[in-house]
Design a protein around this ligand. Structure first.
Ligand SMILES: *Cc1c(COP(=O)(O)O)cnc(C)c1O
Length: 376
């Protein structure tokens, strides 16, 4: 069986260094907000090219707290609108509605699955304050265009970088392409902890200081509370493990690009539509870190079932669009035809830094063997 993602194998790569880090943290007697966190925050800010990194408990909190911080700083207020792609993972949208802000769903660009700058501009009203760009599946949204748009219209630009650690455009990385960026280090992400973890990167010092307070009960100073904050901290143990895994991230991204390139060259079944890459080869293409390798097919359930009989595990990202979720009943009757079609057609093939060439070739061969039985 070729697993969709072999987390156990991935974490074996750094096993010895991680065991030593665990010992160091256990023996330190200091488990929250200490040197390990400070060191990881320095390293990750430097990696992204941003001035500050603020560790938090998970990726959802990274987005929630950034919007909350902008509210605390008077840049946003209840009822303001945030433009967000309609085909994103629900966390991006939850972060908006949990702040009493209004998500404005915008259909993506069909070629990249990412926010379309033209549709985003058309959705701007006099209540719009933020554009939330999600780098879906590991590919950067069109940040040059979105930066130009937000500057022109006086809006804030927030990145959801939960799937795009290390993706870059013109040498500038995800996390340093807007006013602030939320990261997830959920175990299955390209940079994954051994539990929940997340972070915000920004080069805005006022925002960074506000976030440091918000994640810690709204307090800069023990027992003095400036804001109604929360408890959302990245603990020492996870920070120590993330410092180790960060060192392997670029090599693992390169391996993901090799696998993507192999898929792109090898799969040639007219029933399977491959992801579209602008410009150079996938191997060289810095703006995609291949968190997921997502194909489209009009016969998804047949393909998924067939691949499963061939020993290939696949997943669907995502089966139900946010506007069709019970959590957002008020949107269930809205129509986002492209988003709905994508959710019916997308299928994610195995992808991860420990997949071997032989395994990739087996997936390719199985994809190329796939045919649909004639219904008549
Ligand atoms: C994973 C993910 C999140 C949330 O991260 P958690 O750490 O699971 O809270 C947010 N946005 C996107 C696009 C994600 O993929």
């Amino acid at each position: 069986m070729i697993n969709f993602l072999d987390l156990k194998a991935i974490n074996q790569l750094d096993r010895q260094a991680m065991l030593e880090a665990c010992e160091r943290v256990i023996d330190s007697g200091w488990y929250i907000a200490g040197n390990e966190l400070a060191q990881f925050e320095r390293e990750f800010a430097e990696y992204c090219g941003s001035r500050f990194c603020i560790g938090v408990a998970n990726g959802l909190d990274a987005l929630i707290l950034t919007l909350q911080a902008w509210k605390a700083l008077g840049l946003l207020s209840d009822g303001d609108e945030v433009i967000v792609p309609s085909n994103t993972y629900i966390a991006s949208i939850l972060a908006i509605s949990q702040n009493q802000l209004v998500p404005v769903l915008v259909e993506p660009d069909e070629a990249t699955f990412n926010l379309c700058p033209v549709r985003a501009e058309a959705a701007i009203t006099d209540k719009t304050r933020v554009i939330l760009a999600v780098h879906l599946y590991g590919q950067l949204a069109d940040m040059p265009a979105l930066n130009a748009l937000t500057r022109k219209r006086g809006l804030l630009l927030l990145e959801d970088s939960a799937q795009s650690h290390g993706a870059a455009v013109a040498g500038k990385k995800s996390g340093n392409l807007g006013d602030a960026s939320g990261f997830s280090f959920y175990p299955g992400k390209n940079l994954g902890a051994l539990g929940d973890a997340g972070a915000i990167t920004t080069s805005d010092e006022t925002l960074a200081n506000t976030l440091r307070a918000l994640r810690n009960y709204g307090s800069h100073k023990k027992y003095e509370n400036l804001y109604r904050g929360v408890n959302s901290r990245l603990d020492e143990l996870q920070a120590a493990l993330l410092s180790i895994k960060l060192k392997s991230l670029d090599a693992q991204t390169l391996r993901r690009r090799e696998i993507a390139q192999r898929y792109l060259v090898g799969i040639n079944n007219p029933l399977i539509k491959l992801p579209q890459i602008q410009g150079q080869s996938a191997l060289e293409f810095e703006s995609h870190v291949w968190h997921l390798f997502v194909v489209r097919t009009p016969c998804r359930s047949e393909l998924q079932q067939y691949l499963s009989t061939q020993g290939v595990q696949t997943l669907i990202h995502y089966p139900i669009p946010p506007h069709k979720q019970n959590a957002y009943k008020e949107w269930n009757e809205l129509s986002f035809p492209l988003t709905e079609r994508l959710h019916e057609e997308v299928l994610s093939l195995p992808m991860g830094p420990t997949l071997s060439d032989d395994e990739v070739d087996s997936v390719i061969a199985a994809c190329n063997r796939f045919v649909v039985a004639d219904a008549s």
